[in-house]
Every structure is written in C-alpha cells, then in structure tokens.
Design a binder for this molecule. Structure first.
Ligand code: DC
Length: 251
C-alpha cells in the first residue's frame, strides 16, 4: 500500500515519490551547534514530515529542576520531576513548540541557566530511559518524523529509514551560537561559548549511557562550509536517493 509524498528539493524543484510505507523516520544526530535543530525543522518542512527536537525535552527537565530547586546530581528527584510533569508539543505550530503541563516554555529553554545544567541532566541514565520511551511514543503518534538529538539514530530509532550525523569544527559551532545570541539581543563572548561547547561535547561523548556517537549506517556531513539551505538540499537528495533505491529493490 503506497502513499504519495511530495518532496520539494532544496534546489526548488518539486518531485513526487512513492513511499513504500506510511512510516518514515529520519534521524539527525550531532554535537551542539552543528545546525541540527534548524536543519531538522527545514528538512521536515521540505519532506512534509513532523519534526521533533529531543534536546528541548532534556532542556524542559532542566527547567523543571531549576524551578523546583533540585540540583542535577539528585538523580532520583530529577527523574521524579519527569514523571510528575507532562512534556508535550503543540503540533499545530511549525516548528512544534514545547509545552510543560500545557505551559509554552519554548523561548525559556535556550537561556544560559538551562544550558549550563542540561548536559548533566541528560547524563542521568534513568531519565534517558523515560525520555527514550517518550520519544518512541511520540513517533508512534507521528510516524512520519524528522527527529534530532544525540542518540536518535544510535539508540532510539536504530532502524530509522535514513540516519544523518551532522558535524562541524568547534570554532564554527561557537560562532554560529554567538550569532544566534546576538540576534536575540543577548550579550556573548565567542571564546566562552567555544569552551562551553567543548565541555558539553566532552560530557555528551564521554557519558556511559547513550554517548554521542556516529550511528551505524549514518550519513555523515560536515556543515562547516555550508549554509543551512545547502545542508538541507544535501539531506533531501540523500533521502530521495534512499527511497529511490528502496523502490528499485521492491520492483
Ligand atoms: O541539542 P541541545 O543543545 O538542545 O541539547 C541539550 C542537551 O541535551 C545536550 O547536552 C545534549 C543532550 N541531549 C541528549 O543527550 N540526547 C538527545 N537526544 C538530545 C539532547
């Protein structure tokens, strides 16, 4: 039973593809500042899929911990917060906005107090179990999904139809973050941001549970010299090629 899907390529031309199944999970993993979130939302829009920012889910728990005065090293209390509160997305927005018990906290999640502790929060194994379950549950309700994070292709959706890993030099990533902050009118120091990014990379790559890694079979792309549009165009072409070859195999 084929479904039709429109794929708008990054070059602006339109093509119609036959999807072999109604499910299509595309994962994008990579370190902080590699462009995942922007690229995931744009790719989802091009492909007509929903998009999921799993970093925002960990950031929501970090925000809950801050608000409740729970330190990140109190694992039990942090995990309890995750089960006491409901994380959801407003799927009517593009990109979807994150809701904590129905409260829109999307704009709050990138503040520096959240960024400072989120890596330690994300390193709590029991919390990751809860989040992985929640992400799979979201995918069961939104089976046509571009999902981005650190473990989406390696742990959460290892059978995803297409898996990407985006990377860029730490200096490039720090400059991007600084520009984002300047656009929001926040003061910033690019060297400080670079150190924070490198510390977060080390923590995300070094943790025991679901460390940041290139998923098996992932297409790795260095985004350093590419614009967002160029990255999205490359990804669209890969997704298309993958479905063309699946169609050829099936015929
Ligand atoms: O992508 P981000 O900066 O919003 O992610 C916030 C933190 O959460 C970062 O330290 C990595 C972590 N994270 C994770 O461990 N697993 C995910 N699937 C997504 C994010």
């Amino acid at each position: 039973m084929n479904r039709r899907m429109m794929i708008e390529s990054g070059r602006g031309d339109l093509a119609i593809e036959d999807l072999p199944s109604p499910n299509m999970i595309v994962t994008i993993d990579g370190p902080a500042g590699s462009g995942k979130t922007t690229v995931a939302h744009s790719l989802a829009r091009h492909l007509g899929l929903d998009s999921l920012d799993t970093g925002a889910m960990y950031r929501s728990i970090a925000l809950l911990a801050i608000e409740a005065g729970v330190p990140p090293d109190n694992h039990e209390a942090v995990v309890a917060l995750a089960s006491e509160h409901r994380i959801d997305f407003d799927w009517t927005c593009v990109p979807p906005r994150i809701l904590l018990d129905g409260r829109d906290v999307d704009d709050r999640l990138r503040h520096s107090d959240v960024s400072e502790i989120v890596s330690r929060i994300a390193g709590i194994p029991a919390l990751r179990t809860v989040m992985v379950r929640a992400q799979r549950e979201i995918a069961s309700r939104h089976p046509r999904l571009v999902t981005e994070g650190r473990d989406q292709g390696s742990v959460v959706f290892p059978d995803a139809e297409v898996r990407f890993y985006l990377d860029a030099d730490a200096g490039v990533r720090a400059t991007r973050r600084a520009l984002e902050m300047q656009r929001r009118g926040e003061a910033c120091d690019v060297n400080e941001i670079r150190h924070a990014i490198e510390a977060r990379d080390e923590s995300d790559r070094g943790r025991k549970d679901a460390p940041l890694t290139v998923p098996a079979g992932a297409i790795r792309i260095d985004t350093g010299d590419l614009t967002v549009e160029q990255v999205v165009s490359v990804l669209v072409d890969h997704v298309r090629a993958s479905f063309d070859s699946e169609k050829d195999d099936g015929s």
